[in-house]
Design a protein around this ligand. Structure first.
Ligand SMILES: [Zn+2]
Length: 180
């Protein structure tokens, strides 16, 4: 009879009527030895028993190896995820850069509204400065010029408007190519 639990070290109470001792802390219990245990096999049954145990052990081993292999494969595919994201973000940065580089012809470069305002003769430092539409019917200041949002309105001032570039926070105005 044990005084303390071999698993958790808690004090054990008296054995049950069956002779088993049970730990109330962790649930450990003694295995009751069957009094009428069958006689150990001999001869062929012993050999078959041994073979069965060997086969069982082999498949257990195989299972563990497969589990390890599977775990290493799935952890490797998880490591590739951030790398793919890295490439994607690099491509996005390069696209952004490409769109920022002037196309070559200074008359066809994309401009910020401030730059476009200056091209029309506006003065950024003078809050009363106004620019005229091409037909001279409209005169507006910088803040009104910035608030123009559609293609037709910017066209009145001789500029092409790109809502795509505006949404991407890129310069979005460029001089309309003049028809001869
Ligand atoms: Zn215990």
């Amino acid at each position: 009879m044990l005084e303390t639990c071999p698993r958790c070290g808690a004090r054990l109470g008296k054995p049950l009527s069956s002779g088993r001792q049970v730990c109330s802390a962790c649930g450990w219990s003694t295995v009751v030895v069957e009094r009428s245990s069958p006689p150990p096999p001999t001869g062929l049954p012993l050999l078959l028993n041994q073979l069965a145990r060997l086969i069982k052990r082999f498949f257990q081993y195989l299972g563990v190896r497969l589990q390890l292999l599977w775990r290493s494969l799935s952890s490797r595919s998880q490591q590739q995820q951030p790398r793919r994201n890295l490439w994607e973000s690099l491509v996005r940065k390069l696209q952004h850069l490409e769109e920022k580089i002037p196309s070559g012809d200074p008359n066809r470069e994309w401009l910020t509204p401030e730059e476009a305002f200056q091209r029309l003769g506006g003065d950024l430092n003078n809050p009363h400065s106004k620019v005229s539409s091409l037909d001279g019917k409209r005169r507006i200041g910088l803040s009104a010029f910035r608030r123009l949002v559609n293609t037709a309105e910017y066209a009145d001032f001789g500029f092409q408007y790109s809502s795509d570039r505006h949404a991407k926070n890129l310069p979005y105005l460029r001089p309309l190519s003049r028809q001869p």
